[in-house]
Design a protein around this ligand. Structure first.
Ligand SMILES: Nc1ncnc2c1ncn2[C@@H]1O[C@H](COP(=O)(O)OP(=O)(O)O)[C@@H](O)[C@H]1O
Ligand SMILES: [Mg+2]
Length: 256
């Protein structure tokens, strides 16, 4: 293989003092690939994204972005942290505008004009002047995603973006994310503990063990795009879900 991965981790590990959080791991993501990381709660998934986004430093190993060291790659990622981190005093349009402000060094006013253009695609047009506390969980997640997309990066780090939602809203937003992703096909790492979500959205899935996280399995998702909910009922998806559950159990030391 001569193709250079968009994101490449080699011998990466992370400890906080005595606490080993990420075991030594190698992981690659191709350009335009949608990769999910599935793992039990507390295993180190968010820590991995903190390292990629430069908030934390790895203890060992190397990260390259399109072949160049991460620390020489500027800030290549738009990161949606696990808590949606909306600013409570900013309206919807100004929270989304923050994405443009961060990326483009625009004034608040110029960013607001840009954000207004983005809102319809996210179903947020009518909520542009609402404040976060007035929104449902699903709406908040849309705002956080819109703000992430507004940064205009071709690499996204999404940390359990649909974590706190009811099943129906979650499915709706998952399908909608795939649609948004299909437009420009950014490179994505999605963190989740939802097997179904990983199958529905990904090209490829890594399964992490309990802390310290190790890669216990890696699966290609053999489904066409665009994805539909019906595909999940098919034989291939059903088998994959079983394989993923099994890998999660092995990784957590349970005997299934
Ligand atoms: N800054 C930190 N200092 C010390 N321990 C941390 C820090 N960040 C995370 N941890 C610990 O690392 C482990 C993994 O956390 P996290 O990456 O958030 O897990 P996950 O996202 O998989 O649920 C947890 O035990 C957590 O308490
Ligand atoms: Mg987390």
């Amino acid at each position: 293989m001569t193709k250079i991965p968009a994101i490449s981790l080699r011998r990466l590990s992370k400890s906080f003092g005595d606490l080993d959080v990420l075991g030594v791991m190698d992981l690659d993501v191709g350009r335009g690939e949608f990769v999910s990381i599935l793992g039990p709660s507390g295993c180190g998934k968010s820590t991995l994204l903190s390292i990629l986004s430069g908030i934390e430093e790895a203890t060992t190993g190397e990260i390259t972005i399109h072949g160049a060291p991460l620390n020489q790659s500027g800030q290549p990622f738009a990161w949606m942290p696990q808590n949606d981190a909306l600013l409570p005093w900013r309206t919807v349009v100004d929270n989304v505008g923050l994405g443009y402000q961060v990326a483009g060094r625009l004034s608040k006013r110029a960013a607001r004009d840009q954000a207004r253009l983005l809102l319809p695609a996210f179903g947020l047009e009518e909520f542009s002047r609402a404040l976060p506390y007035q929104l449902s969980g699903g709406m908040r997640q849309r705002v956080a995603l819109a703000r992430t997309i507004a940064q205009g990066r071709d690499m996204l780090l999404l940390d359990e973006p649909f974590g706190a939602l009811d099943a129906i809203t979650r499915t709706e937003l998952q399908l909608w994310l795939e649609q948004i992703w299909g437009v420009d096909r950014p490179t994505v790492i999605l963190i989740t503990h939802d097997v179904r979500e990983a199958v529905l959205l990904s090209d490829r899935i890594y399964v992490f063990s309990d802390r310290p996280a190790q890669i216990v399995a890696e699966f290609e998702v053999p489904l066409d795009r665009p994805r539909t909910i019906e595909m999940l009922a098919g034989a291939q998806a059903t088998q994959l879900e079983l394989d993923l559950l099994r890998a999660l159990h092995v990784g957590s030391g349970d005997t299934p």
